[in-house]
Ligand binder design. Structure first.
Ligand code: CTP
Length: 451
């Protein structure tokens, strides 16, 4: 029996009013067609968790339509979304036919900001084989909620009348919100969807909750059952699954709480679904923290993707063939796959050539052939002396500039030509090796090399 309480008045107060109006419009349209409309998932969870006086700026809203009498109504979610687009013509509508869901996307809208609303038709999912894509058929809201990951994410608020504002809590989600528990709805949850292991960890760390003991047992059982091994060794792992897995890894490794999340994943043995030999050893844990410190210092504005480099360091701990397999299975970006593919050879070149360099310019000429991402990865995986040189290069030497620029050369009477680059390079080398220290010395230097 669902716990029923009227939440709408408090939601109205706490939702940003244009979003509230939008939900009201959606409810009105559903009502006119004799359907029920529910707010479900993360938005309900976050509204219940947020302190009472706080206005919640939702950016991601999930709605479910239910209560049909005709077979044609299975497309209700899509129909409702199309109707809303008539009211909000600036919105982008995208329809995922297979799952009968529609997404409405506002991008930097003056009123609604950036907002995404998913509208699904209430559905039961049945899994023809573990970890496969769910197949969809129209069904009731209870069943729709039952297929969800955790009790705290399986709450719904009815937006249509009668009884608008009712909170539907079939599975004890409110109690679990109170007692700070991440709990699945049934024993097969992690077998059906391995990404839920990562979600359990993410919510536990983000919300400061505990994974409920039986749920933890289900996680361990799913990992030990070998279901993921089969999936990984298949020639064509389901792309939809790997996309979701990558999204979860992205979420976790990008978040401010990535360290406790990664430790919890490792404690649960949950890195193994990625690769059976992936273990967070003391050394790897040190490397990934070191990478993060380097990134924080060298790239505070996030020009490179920090989560991806953290993932690459994890993958780099595997053998080369395995690295490539897992990087391409996860559909990582091309440059990331290339880095992992060429890591061995680049590492070998750098590690064997660096000890032969003596002058600063020699280090620079060698290291400037590589991008910052690869230098960071190679740096933290090397011994102290090489790591120190790469750090010196990244923090100081790579920033050194020649004491004159192209304009200075023009002012000295040189005509722009390919020779410019050569002169400037020689100037840079002389500056790095501290042969010249002032602009005047640089001018004299140019005159000598030109003779
Ligand atoms: N869901 C699920 N299993 C998954 C992914 C999602 O059951 N593997 C359900 C949950 O009910 C979840 C909802 O779909 O609440 C929406 O998913 P998503 O937007 O990914 O998560 P949120 O709960 O909204 O969390 P977040 O705040 O991190 O976006």
């Amino acid at each position: 029996i669902p716990l029923i309480s009227c939440l709408l008045p408090s939601f109205q107060e706490r939702l940003y009013s244009p979003i509230w109006n939008l939900l009201q419009n959606a409810a009105k349209e559903a009502q006119q067609r004799g359907w029920h409309l529910y707010l479900v998932g993360g938005a309900v969870r976050d509204l219940l968790l947020a302190p009472g006086n706080q206005t919640l700026l939702l950016q991601d809203i999930d709605l479910v339509v239910d209560g049909f009498h005709r077979a044609a109504d299975v497309g209700a979610g899509v129909e409702l979304a199309s109707k809303l687009r008539e009211i909000y013509p600036q919105v982008r509508l995208s329809v995922h036919g297979e799952f009968q869901t529609a997404a409405l996307i506002w991008h930097k809208d003056p009123e609604l900001g950036s907002l995404m609303i998913d509208i699904a038709t209430a559905r039961t999912e049945f899994y023809p084989y573990p970890a496969a894509n769910p197949q969809v058929e129209a069904s009731s809201i209870r069943q729709d909620l039952y297929r969800r990951d955790f009790t705290i994410n399986a709450l719904a608020v009815r937006l249509t009348s009668p009884k608008e504002g009712e909170l539907l809590d079939f599975f004890g989600g409110v109690e679990d919100l109170r007692s700070h528990q991440i709990k699945v709805l049934h024993a097969n949850s992690f077998i059906e969807d391995p990404t839920r292991i990562y979600r359990a960890v993410r919510f536990a760390v983000r919300l400061g909750f505990k994974i409920e003991p039986l749920t933890e047992e289900y996680i361990r059982y799913a990992i030990e059952s070998g279901v993921y091994e089969k999936l990984r060794l298949e020639n064509h792992p389901a792309p939809a699954l790997t996309t979701r897995l990558r999204a979860e890894l992205n979420y976790i490794l990008e978040a401010s709480y990535w360290k406790p999340a990664l430790q919890l994943l490792s404690h649960l043995g949950a890195l193994r679904p990625l690769h059976s030999q992936l273990v967070l050893t003391g050394e790897l844990w040190w490397e990934i923290r070191c990478v993060s410190r380097w990134l924080r210092y060298l790239d505070p504005d996030h020009h490179v993707s920090h989560w991806l480099i953290r993932l690459e360091i994890l993958i780099a701990s595997l053998k080369t063939e395995e690295r490539i397999k897992i990087a391409s299975n996860l559909q990582l970006p091309k440059d990331s796959i290339e880095r992992l593919e060429n890591l061995d050879s680049m590492e070998k070149t750098i590690k064997s050539a660096l000890p032969n360099c003596q002058k600063v310019s020699e280090f620079v000429l060698l290291l400037r052939q590589y991008k910052i991402q690869i230098l960071i990865i190679v740096g933290v995986r090397s011994d102290k002396s090489i790591r120190h040189i790469i750090w010196q290069y990244l923090t100081q030497w790579s920033k050194t500039q020649a004491l004159l620029n192209g304009n200075d050369l023009k002012a000295m009477g040189y005509k722009p030509s390919p020779k410019f680059k050569e002169i400037l390079d020689q100037l840079l080398i002389a500056t790095l090796d501290q042969k010249i220290e002032t602009k005047q010395e640089a001018v004299d230097f140019v005159k000598t090399i030109d003779n």
